[in-house]
Design a protein around this ligand. Structure first.
Ligand SMILES: [Zn+2]
Length: 298
């Protein structure tokens, strides 16, 4: 009787926990494309023109024309984006990226605490080491996201870039005037040399931090045909581990990049980043304790 009562209490607690925290959630990591969509200084914005919105014979018809840069809003950088000349032959453009690379285990590296103090903060090798210490080896085929907390500034250009200029990111001396976090080049090198990842993403406008003018982290990733995701939304909601990311770009012939819809599906056995097995052990013990306490008191 004691055991049955404990199991009933345990199941009730589990149901309550799942109701409160969600399970198998789908997180949208994409910003809406509209007139406020941000783009790297010097690139093109997003324009939408209404062609038809009204009665159309016996029907209602809505149809728009859109214009956008490939590197506008939430988008994917193809590895061919920053490779020119002979080497370019080997780097993939957007439409030939293997679809198997567009899905992978989600890894979130949180550098938000140092980014709060320093807008030029970068993901360093020790951040990756610390992540692995806590969560295990970065899985093969992973898509590694930098979470800097910059999403809170979107779409305020001045706050997001540290500059309100949309025509250039450098001054007359070719010094960068924008500030935001990104992947350091040593961290990019460590990832491509030691782990087998397919893509990287950032909640800022560029894989390299704002102060970079040679975009060397981009190049390190692109040389291995690892794609980039920029202006990724809602990374605060994505768990550190235990999700699968789907990043599906528009299939543009010879595209150097493309608008992309990114979602993360939280694994069934993960509730808010905590393994469901661990939750079950805890809740079972807790249930036995409650029933034991009830027996003692009454
Ligand atoms: Zn880009």
């Amino acid at each position: 009787m004691y055991y049955i009562r404990s199991v009933i209490v345990c199941l009730a607690l589990q149901a309550l926990y799942v109701c409160v925290h969600g399970n198998g959630d789908i997180i949208d990591l994409t910003y809406t494309f509209d007139e406020n969509t941000l783009f790297f200084p010097g690139h093109e914005g997003f324009v939408q023109e209404i062609l038809q919105r009204g009665p159309y014979g016996p029907l209602w018809l809505e149809s728009n024309h859109i214009e956008t840069g490939e590197h506008t809003g939430t988008h994917m950088d193809a590895p061919a984006h920053l490779r020119e000349g002979e080497l370019r032959k080997g780097q993939l453009r957007i439409e030939v990226l293997p679809v198997s690379h567009l899905v992978g285990p989600g890894v979130k590296v949180d550098i938000s605490s140092k980014a709060t103090i320093d807008p030029d903060a970068q993901v360093e090798i020790n951040d990756l080491m610390a992540w692995e210490e806590e969560n295990g080896r970065i899985p093969d085929g992973a898509i590694v996201m930098m979470f800097s907390g910059w999403g809170k500034f979107y779409p305020n250009r001045t706050a997001y870039f540290g500059s309100d200029r949309n025509d250039s990111y450098t001054d007359e001396n070719n010094v960068s005037i924008v500030h935001f976090p990104g992947f350091s080049t040593p961290a990019a090198e460590w990832l491509v040399e030691n782990r087998n990842i397919v893509g990287v993403g950032v909640d800022t406008a560029s894989l390299d931090f704002g102060q970079s003018t040679n975009f060397s982290s981009h190049v390190v990733f692109f040389e291995q045909n690892i794609f980039g995701l920029e202006n990724v939304a809602n990374l605060d909601k994505m768990p550190t581990t235990g999700s699968t990311i789907y990043a599906l770009p528009m299939k543009i012939k010879d595209g150097s990049g493309a608008p992309v819809r990114i979602i993360a599906i939280v694994d069934d056995d993960v509730i808010n980043g905590v393994s469901a097995t661990a939750c079950n052990y805890f809740l079972t013990c807790f249930a036995f304790f409650i029933v034991f306490l009830y027996k003692m008191l009454f």
